[in-house]
Ligand binder design. Structure first.
Ligand SMILES: Cc1ncc(C[n+]2csc(CCOP(=O)(O)OP(=O)(O)O)c2C)c(N)n1
Ligand SMILES: CC(=O)[C@@H](O)[C@H](O)COP(=O)(O)O
Ligand SMILES: [Mg+2]
Length: 622
């Protein structure tokens, strides 16, 4: 195996040219085989095998800096930097991350996971290099989907004044997770087809240069012209006019051509963008045919592509999706927005049933939120569904555009809490804290599948800004018999006893039940309360709990700092309530990748640990 010769960065340079295509094939087979067992981001990685090899051949890592946008396509980079063995434990707790991590390798220049950051980070590296008098090359690799994100344009705008080399590689596979959208995507399509007339362009240039005396001047004028004619001679005008040299498009699966264009780019003393055309899923037929399905996949059978271990039970996302579509049939003013996550948020169903009332804004959470505010101001009822960690991007827009004007936007906060194998960048740890501080915003979270459906309906009808927080994965089917009507701001008493009261948020229901059982087994009477509303706080419920219990335990899957429990504690202190409060939640840390149950145990959010904590607290009070 040629792949076995790669033990560390730059080993690839020792290979003979004829070994390179063989290595590319070996890498593809390796990735397919490993990801079929562990799961991971398959299609994007298969698409960048040759591109990564060419970059490694032309760069000198770790001195040169290579920054991957999102980072979900960095598997070949990991292989070429000596991390082959890490693939057995890819995305498992304690194992190799699915994203670049500076703590994992000196060849990972920048940690990523969220989209559209690579050009900003690369530009930072470039300016640092200049100020420190260094001489390395900096390359940011960004996908066409990630180029729909506003940060990328802010960074390009900033990069246009550079007087030194900075290479941006645009990995254009004409796909985001699903079909890429928007004007830039259309523009790139135009450039793709421009490849067909690259020959024509060359012909025009050559002929002009043959015109004695005037040819060179005319060619120069044509290149400077602000007309469609220029596009013929200078594809990538959008970038060129910004002051960024455009090179390409180039076949992203031809290592020789890629190396040549990278060498050319390294000579340019300002920002340069190399437009590389790749095929998402290349080399694995099921992924080539359906790249969205294999963008991020669980384990699968290599021969058939069949994805195994998929749940047949409804997820919270499924329920959100189905109920929303039911509501939309009767409520014509209901419209839905996704930021490039139609499949992940379940809004793909809505898009099929109500195409005119559905908007995919691209990877543009900030714009999506203000766009929702505009739709609401214009008289519609917008629902914007975002993953909790991506919602972080739209923080100011929620404050300034939605809540300040008290607009009726329904924010679906999907993937709230621990998400598992994507790890630190994707865990939904902060939403309770950052949403709770926003005036006018109502926040709910359901305990099980039935409450999820009821809450979706409640949020659709609610006339103000409202966020519904729900986790990744199967909806809980316990506590079915408890289905009282949702009353604004009111929590739900499930079991009423005395001494200890457990007050849980949303999907912590199952854990809270187990903790209660554990306590009852050792003789404690325990009440169980479902918060339902994170905001406003049900003060009446807290007063009642204080009257009948000595200890109130809050359980939430979010950071403790600024969380629900803290709000409860603040209230009891303000009111001088004598009951003691114990807050259980996530620590002030980033939580790495791994199975959610394993992670919960690691942070002490498993039934046994919580029971012990409660008993200790209770005994101390006596
Ligand atoms: C801020 C943010 N929103 C959404 C996502 C989810 N996401 C991950 S990859 C991806 C598509 C990226 O498309 P592209 O950059 O073209 O890369 P490709 O997958 O095609 O290789 C999306 C939407 C994200 N990582 N970050
Ligand atoms: C890389 C990225 O941001 C997405 O592909 C993400 O991994 C999707 O997560 P889900 O699997 O939870 O939809
Ligand atoms: Mg793409």
């Amino acid at each position: 195996m040629i792949l076995d010769k790669i033990r560390q960065e730059n080993d690839i340079k020792k290979l003979k040219p004829e070994e390179l295509p063989v290595l590319a094939e070996e890498i593809r087979s390796f990735l397919i085989e490993k990801i079929s067992r562990t799961g991971g981001h398959l299609a994007s990685n298969l698409g960048v095998v040759e591109l990564t090899m060419a970059l490694h051949l032309e760069l000198n890592l770790p001195t040169d800096k290579l920054i991957w946008d999102v980072g979900h396509q960095s598997y070949t980079h990991k292989l070429l930097t000596g991390r082959k063995d890490g693939f057995d434990d890819l995305r498992k707790y304690g194992g190799m991350s699915g994203f670049p991590k500076r703590k994992e390798s000196k060849c990972d220049a920048f940690d990523t996971g969220h989209s559209s950051t690579s050009i900003s980070a690369g530009l930072g590296y470039v300016e640092a290099r200049e100020i420190l008098g260094q001489h390395h090359t900096v390359v940011s690799v960004i996908g066409d989907g990630s180029l729909t994100g506003g940060m990328a344009y802010e960074a390009l705008n900033n990069a246009s004044r550079l007087k030194s080399n900075f290479i941006v590689v645009l990995n254009d596979n004409n796909m985001s997770i699903s079909k890429n959208v928007g004007g830039m995507s259309n523009y790139l399509n135009g450039l793709r087809t421009a490849e067909a007339y690259t020959g024509l362009k060359k012909g025009v240039e050559d002929s002009l240069l043959k015109v004695p005396g005037a040819g060179e001047r005319i060619l120069g004028q044509m290149k400077r012209a602000k007309s469609g004619l220029k596009q013929l001679i200078v594809p990538g005008m959008f970038f060129e006019d910004m002051g960024i040299t455009y090179l390409g498009p180039v076949d992203g699966h031809d290592i020789r051509k890629l190396r040549r264009v990278i060498r050319e780019a390294k000579r340019i003393q300002h920002g340069v963008l190399i437009h590389v055309l790749t095929k998402k899923g290349k080399g694995y037929q099921p992924a080539e045919i359906n790249p969205s399905k294999y963008h991020g996949t669980g384990p699968f059978v290599v021969d058939t592509g069949e994805q195994t271990g998929k749940t047949t039970r409804d997820t919270y996302t499924d329920i959100f999706s189905k109920v929303l579509c039911d509501e939309a049939k009767r409520k014509e003013h209901l419209v839905a927005i996704t930021a490039a996550m139609a499949d992940g948020t379940g809004l793909a169903r809505f898009s099929r049933q109500f195409p005119k009332r559905f908007f995919d804004v691209g990877i543009a959470e900030e714009h999506g939120m203000t766009f929702a505010a505009g739709l609401a101001a214009g008289g519609l009822k917008p629902v914007i569904a975002l993953y909790s960690s991506f919602l972080q991007r739209a923080f100011d827009q929620m404050i300034h555009d939605v809540c300040l004007q008290n607009l009726p936007v329904f924010i679906g906060v999907d993937r709230a809490g621990l998400v598992g194998s994507d790890g630190e960048t994707h865990q939904g740890l902060f939403d309770i804290a950052f949403l709770s501080m926003i005036p006018n915003l109502t926040i709910l979270s359901p305990k099980n599948r039935w409450e999820m459906a009821d809450m979706v309906r409640f949020c659709v009808d609610y006339d103000g800004p409202v966020a519904l927080r729900y986790p990744r994965g199967e909806a809980y089917e316990g506590l079915k018999e408890f289905r009282r009507e949702i009353c604004y701001g009111k929590s739900e008493w499930i079991y009423e006893e005395e001494e200890i009261a457990i007050l849980f948020v949303g999907h912590m229901a199952e854990l809270a039940e187990k903790v209660r059982e554990g306590l009852k087994e050792i003789g404690y009477p325990v009440s169980l309360i479902n918060a339902r509303f994170i905001k406003p706080l049900d003060e009446e419920m807290i007063e009642k709990a204080a009257k009948d219990h000595r200890l109130l335990v809050t359980i939430e899957e979010g950071v403790l700092s600024g969380g629900y429990g803290e709000a409860v504690l603040r209230y009891t202190e303000k009111k001088g309530l004598t009951m003691k409060v114990l807050n259980v939640g996530l620590p002030d840390e980033y939580i790495e990748h791994g199975n959610v149950e394993v992670l919960r145990k690691e942070v002490g959010m498993d039934p046994d640990t919580i029971v012990k904590q409660i008993v200790t607290e209770y005994i101390c009070m006596l």
